[in-house]
Design a protein around this ligand. Structure first.
Ligand code: ATP
Length: 243
């Protein structure tokens, strides 16, 4: 095992009843890398993310994070993981601040530091001016940003994001993209899925291309484009969707 690798995934398969969602997937992620997972609908992106986030288990294969087998010791790695699910997990009748207070409790943030941490993540996601507003008054993009803010409360080393920019306004999308870059620059390791392929092409050090549960390509965007003879990843995705 390469000692630089923070995450190693080896021969991982996942079935839902008889449907194979992932088929013998292997890859590595180094500390500080941004890994993008792309592929047509049903490719297995969310399933892969859910295994890494320790909310789902594979039928076979191994996943190590910080050298820990996450199937044996999920609790040990959870403290270092921030997870942004596809669906936002927020209480509409609570304010942004109250929602973060709740999530701070779930993530075990020290009570003495909670206020400071909440204000910091609100600022990072450009939501300070809405902190006392109820979430039911928020746009989709603001809810998404608040969910990302919640995932950062415990300063995780690894951030796992499932479609963080899906269905959000242009301002939220830009804020989220900038945040990913800032987190990368501060040494965080990030795993992200998105249908905004052009964002990923610029953000990611490494890309996995999945289709129907199989890993078709992995490498830098430039390597994948060279290997497949495409001008950009959007073009590759269109071909995969049509095939
Ligand atoms: P999308 O781009 O549409 O979000 P995806 O690449 O994230 O797709 P997954 O959601 O991981 O794909 O699904 C992979 C396969 O597993 C699909 O065939 C899907 O129908 C199936 N699947 C996913 N979740 C379940 C589930 N809970 N029960 C049964 N089948 C499932």
């Amino acid at each position: 095992m390469d000692s630089n690798c923070l995450i190693t995934v080896r021969d991982v398969s996942k079935n839902y009843k008889r449907r194979k969602a992932l088929n013998n997937i292997s890859f590595d992620v180094k500390k500080g890398e941004v890994l993008g997972i792309i592929g047509p609908n049903g490719a297995g992106k969310t399933t892969m993310i859910s295994l890494l986030a320790t909310i789902n288990k594979p039928e076979s294969g191994k996943i190590h994070i910080f050298g820990e087998d996450i199937l044996k010791n999920p609790e040990k790695v959870r403290a270092s993981l921030g997870y942004v699910p596809q669906e936002t997990a927020l209480y509409p009748m609570l304010t942004a601040y109250e929602n973060l207070d709740f999530w701070g409790g779930i993530y075990g943030v020290d009570n003495k530091l909670k206020k400071e941490k909440i204000n910091k993540v609100l600022q990072l996601l450009r939501l300070e001016d809405r902190k006392n507003d109820k979430v039911r008054t928020f746009s989709g993009g603001m809810k998404k940003r608040l969910n990302i803010a919640a995932s950062l409360l415990h300063d995780p080393d690894i951030l796992i994001m499932d479609e963080p920019t899906a269905g959000v306004d242009i301002l939220s999308r830009a804020t989220i993209t900038e945040l990913v870059l800032d987190l990368k620059n501060s040494g965080r390791t990030i795993i992200i899925t998105s249908h905004h392929i052009d964002d990923l092409e610029h953000l990611c050090d490494k890309i996995l291309v999945l289709r129907e549960g199989s890993l078709l390509y992995s490498g830098s965007a430039a390597d994948i484009l060279k290997a497949t003879g495409n001008d950009n990843l959007e073009q590759l995705m269109l071909k995969l969707e049509e095939a």
